[in-house]
Design a protein around this ligand. Structure first.
Ligand code: NDP
Length: 451
């Protein structure tokens, strides 16, 4: 980094960390963006003067609220709810809701900041937002989850709307939770609108929304691999997580001819040397989405499968790695193991799963590496397509949605290539995604004046 760029990054980060003390994930996410934007900003002093990046790192609005509910024993429970409305320069706030015990303001600000750039990359008119609660749905009955969702939405409904802020699912929030929240929203507002995405197909949802993040990550991976004359066919793939993103990343990778050998959850990972097939996938869908069980049960059910308690799958030999669980789940040591074992492509399905040290290892080794904001954008893009279908009150077929998703992912890849190709031809997807996402939002912010 040149002197002027380094000075800009250092003073920006000093300002950001002093304003947002203790919000480690937010600092990490912003640092990655500021560092890769610095050369561009130094060449565009008018953007520095207008403090565009400072404004982008300051949420337009944050709502924090109490969520009281009764558990099945009749006891009073209290959780905390949040909505971070980060940036509305290019469209209504848009971003998921996360229910996880580790949710706090810093985590949601990191996710909302990333979301602003990601939504810009999708080519669709969506601003950035994120919300959630420290509620842990694990081990709760359906009735408890319903009561919690109803209480959460009783407050949130004041702050969202189809033209204002359109939430979706994220970790701990799938079809069941979206259903309960949509029902409560509809009852309180007396309107049937597309205010939430990820809805069921018979009540305003889009075909392929559940599949979109995982499928989109594989489409993005195919485009990355094609730059080196490669594809998923015949490759060994290690995937972490076993939730929504991991499930459909595994299904699509498998259907593209790859052998998927791992899945994981908070308990550990399974290694299946024979690879997943359609029957095993159906078992995972049932286990995780209906029985709400543990991935260790996969190893008990199928012969020849190992379960490694408390470990992550990055020591397994693979060609392609797809982290699809949670932030900071792949560190510098994991990255070294992957590279040593011959992994040459890392496609992030989760948000910020690789630590800065891990990213440095991938980029130093010049392997293909894409940040989540580019490769997992298929989820929010298809949410955007759900909003379009709700507005015109029509359903597109799954083939139509798939075709649009495919096109969006290859457009995002093209933007990363355009802004991220280095002198030696290496595509720095981090830089490409950050610059491409930033330019559009910055232009809109400047056009709209100081608001
Ligand atoms: P799910 O809740 O469906 O699944 C999350 C998975 O990650 C589960 O297998 C969970 O295990 C595991 N996990 C959670 N915390 C940890 C941890 N600390 N260590 C190891 N594993 C963990 O979430 P999604 O699949 O929807 O989301 C996964 C990631 O993808 C997140 O980063 C999310 O922000 C991102 N994403 C999701 C999109 C979507 O459309 N859903 C869109 C774009 C990004 P367990 O079952 O034990 O809890």
């Amino acid at each position: 980094m040149e002197n002027q760029e380094k000075q800009f990054v250092d003073s920006f980060m000093a300002w950001l960390t002093s304003r947002n003390p203790g919000e480690m994930e937010f600092h990490q996410a912003v640092y990655e963006v500021v560092e890769s934007l610095a050369p561009y900003l130094v060449r565009h002093p008018e953007l520095i003067k207008m403090k565009v990046l400072e404004r982008m790192a300051e949420p337009e609005r944050v709502v924090i609220f109490r969520v009281p509910w009764l558990n099945d024993k009749g006891e009073v429970m209290i959780n905390r709810g949040y909505r971070v409305q980060m940036n509305s320069a290019i469209g209504p706030y848009k971003g998921g809701i996360r229910f996880h015990p580790n949710v706090n303001l810093g985590v949601l600000k990191f996710l909302a900041f990333e979301q602003t750039l990601k939504n810009s990359l999708t080519t669709l008119p969506m601003g950035g937002g994120k919300g959630g609660s420290d509620f842990n749905p694990k081990g709760k009955s359906d009735n408890e989850v319903m009561r919690f969702c109803q209480s959460f939405m009783t407050e949130l409904q004041r702050h969202i709307g189809q033209d204002t802020d359109v939430p979706a699912g994220d970790v701990g929030v799938g079809g069941r939770e979206i259903g309960y929240m949509f029902g409560q929203y509809k009852r309180l507002r007396n309107e049937f609108t597309g205010t939430l995405t990820g809805k069921g197909i018979d009540w305003g949802g889009s075909y392929l929304r559940p599949e979109a993040t995982g499928y989109g990550a594989c489409y993005f991976g195919e485009a990355m691999l094609a730059t080196r004359g490669e594809s998923f066919k015949g490759k060994t793939v290690a995937i972490s997580g076993s939730g929504n993103v991991a499930q459909y990343a595994a299904q699509k990778a498998m259907r593209l001819g790859a052998k998927v050998v791992t899945l994981s959850d908070t308990g550990g990972y399974i290694y299946d040397p024979a690879g997943l097939d359609e029957e095993k996938m159906n078992f995972v869908f049932e286990l995780k989405n209906i029985m709400r069980g543990r991935i260790s049960e996969y190893a008990e059910h199928f012969p020849g499968v190992e379960f490694h308690a408390g470990e992550r799958p990055w020591g397994v030999k693979c060609d392609i790695a797809m982290p699809c669980a949670i932030q900071n789940e792949l560190d510098g040591n994991d990255a070294k193991k992957l590279v040593e074992n011959g992994c040459f492509c890392v496609v992030e399905g989760a948000n910020m799963p690789s630590t800065p040290e891990a990213i440095a290892v991938f980029q130093a080794a010049k392997i293909l590496y894409s940040p989540g904001k580019a490769s997992n954008a298929g989820g929010v893009a298809t949410s955007g397509l759900e909003m379009s279908q709700n507005s015109i009150r029509l359903h597109w077929t799954s083939e139509e949605v798939d075709e649009r998703l495919h096109r969006i992912m290859s457009d995002i890849h093209e933007m990363c290539r355009r802004y991220g190709t280095e002198k030696d031809g290496y595509i720095n997807y981090v830089r490409g995604a950050n610059i491409a996402g930033f330019i559009k939002v910055a232009g809109a912010m400047i056009a709209q004046g100081l608001v």
